[in-house]
Design a protein around this ligand. Structure first.
Ligand code: ADP
Ligand code: ASP
Ligand code: MG
Length: 447
């Protein structure tokens, strides 16, 4: 069997869903389990709704709710007819009503816990999967809708929940084969999950790729297909760099490195479960299904050198200094225990006598508190106007001139060669990121 995951733009409207149905129809012999994201931009709308509710902004909440219902009703009207149309709109209406009652409660108390926010955010995938399932049935595919909250069980870090892979795999192996009896396709939601106590949780933004990989791992799938809006994994983000080239094959390690360093065509956690069972991940384009896309698989032993330029636009860059006679191990362990207490994840790190600097992806809630504590002990400079870029590939240690190439493109504040030798990364001004990434890409790949 195979797992096919369709992202937000792949299910954004009736035409896109029509393409999904025909792509899935072409794979029926391989027993697909289909995983869908919310319709594009719906998760963002739900986040706004949750935050408006917290701020008691009842009018905005009502407007968003009406928009949400209309967007999904319009797709139903365009794709379905007769009884199936009525049934599907009733289900859409039920999800919207439940959401409406819930956000009204949040509005009244003016408080939004992470748990409540997760519950609100999960509605997008429940709605999209209901419609895609109906569209498949309307097209003559026997499709069974399965609630992913029964499959993926997580900790209580509600908005960025970590799955218990053992428990989740056991659920998937018990439930999916049963549901697939007499069906052509089993369809479920990405991103959404439940905590061990049965509460609502989500796997973090863009987490549907991760859901697909977990399902693929549990069922020992022949492959996991990630269907998106680009012709495979490219040498850089085509929204920023032009022209880019397709990377036909990339190792699990390189793909993970690229994803962690910002190439978010795959969610960074996606690689782990697939690599564990040597399941290939293919990245394919819903708008151009004839393109064979990219394959993420075991290292083929052949290709070293730069594969891609990745970047993280929004980072916090922190420089810490202490007197030169400070014991470096004590300083590092002190700083890192503060980062740990505040549940922070860092990206790049560099150390020299009495100096430590690191980057963190922006938006981590614990940062303000960590910066306060660190400032009381050290001299600290916190930059919010920096970005980071990275050259990613195998065996970069034997490639000459990569750091010179980066420096030739603009001012660099910090530079590091990753411990795995699979990246050379630099902190740069956010204002010059796009220019630098384009120039660097040109030097490495078009020169
Ligand atoms: P989906 O909604 O299908 O999950 P995403 O927006 O999460 O789609 O991922 C696809 C996008 O990833 C592309 O449109 C592209 O802009 C971006 N991207 C970033 N880096 C890369 C890369 N190296 N190769 C391909 N796409 C990339
Ligand atoms: N719908 C969620 C998001 O927008 C999950 C996903 O699309 O992967 O982040
Ligand atoms: Mg995505």
């Amino acid at each position: 069997m195979i797992v096919m995951k369709f992202g937000g733009t792949s299910v954004q409207n009736e035409e896109a869903i029509g393409r999904v149905v025909s792509i899935v129809r072409g794979r029926l012999a391989e027993k697909p389990v289909v995983v869908v994201s919310a319709l594009s931009k719906v998760t963002r709308l739900l986040v706004k709704m949750a935050e408006d509710a917290e701020n008691g902004n009842a009018d905005s909440v009502r407007t968003s709710l009406a928009q949400l219902r209309k967007r999904h009703y319009d797709v139903c009207d365009a794709m379905l007819g007769g009884e199936l149309l009525e049934q599907t709109k009733d289900k859409v209406d039920d999800f919207c009503k439940q959401l409406g009652t819930f956000v009204e409660g949040v509005c009244q108390i003016g408080e939004l816990s992470p748990r409540s926010k997760a519950r609100i955010m999960a509605t997008g995938e429940l709605l999209s999967s209901t419609i895609v399932s109906a569209a498949m049935n309307a097209a003559g595919l026997r499709c069974r809708w399965v609630d992913a909250r029964r499959l993926i069980i997580t900790d209580d870090n509600y908005l960025n929940a970590r799955p218990d892979l053992g428990v989740s795999a056991a659920n998937i192996c018990r439930i999916i084969p049963r549901e697939s009896k007499g069906a052509d396709v089993v369809l479920t939601q990405g991103f959404i999950s439940s905590t061990t106590e049965g509460g609502p949780s989500v796997l973090g933004f863009e987490g549907s790729d991760y859901s697909a990989a977990i399902i693929g791992m549990a069922l020992d799938a022949d492959r996991v297909e990630i269907w998106t809006d680009v012709d495979g994994i490219r040498t850089s983000d085509p929204r920023v760099v032009s022209p880019t080239a397709k990377i036909g094959r990339v190792s699990y390690e390189e793909a993970a490195q690229m994803a962690y360093l910002g190439a978010r065509v795959l969610h960074p956690m996606t690689i782990g479960p697939a690599r564990g069972r040597n399941i290939p991940i293919m990245v394919l384009n819903t708008m151009n299904p004839a393109c064979e896309g990219s394959t993420v698989a075991m290292y083929d032993g052949k290709t070293g050198g730069p594969k891609a330029v990745a970047f993280l636009r929004d980072i916090d860059y922190v420089e810490i200094s202490a007197p030169d006679n400070t014991n470096s191990v004590e300083m590092i362990s002190d700083v890192f225990s503060i980062l740990k207490e505040n549940k922070l994840e860092i990206s790049l790190i560099s150390h020299s006598v009495g100096r430590l600097s690191f980057t963190l992806e922006s938006g981590q809630p614990g940062l303000a508190s960590a910066v306060r504590t660190l400032s009381a002990r050290y001299t600290l400079v916190h930059y919010r106007d920096k970005s980071q870029l990275s050259v990613v590939g195998r065996e970069l240690e034997v490639c000459k001139g990569i750091s010179d190439d980066i420096k030739a493109c603009g001012k660099v504040y910090m530079m590091s060669q990753g411990a795995s030798m699979m990246d050379v990364s630099a902190v740069v001004d956010r204002d010059s990121l796009d220019k630098m990434v384009n120039e660097l890409h040109k030097i490495l790949f078009n020169g």
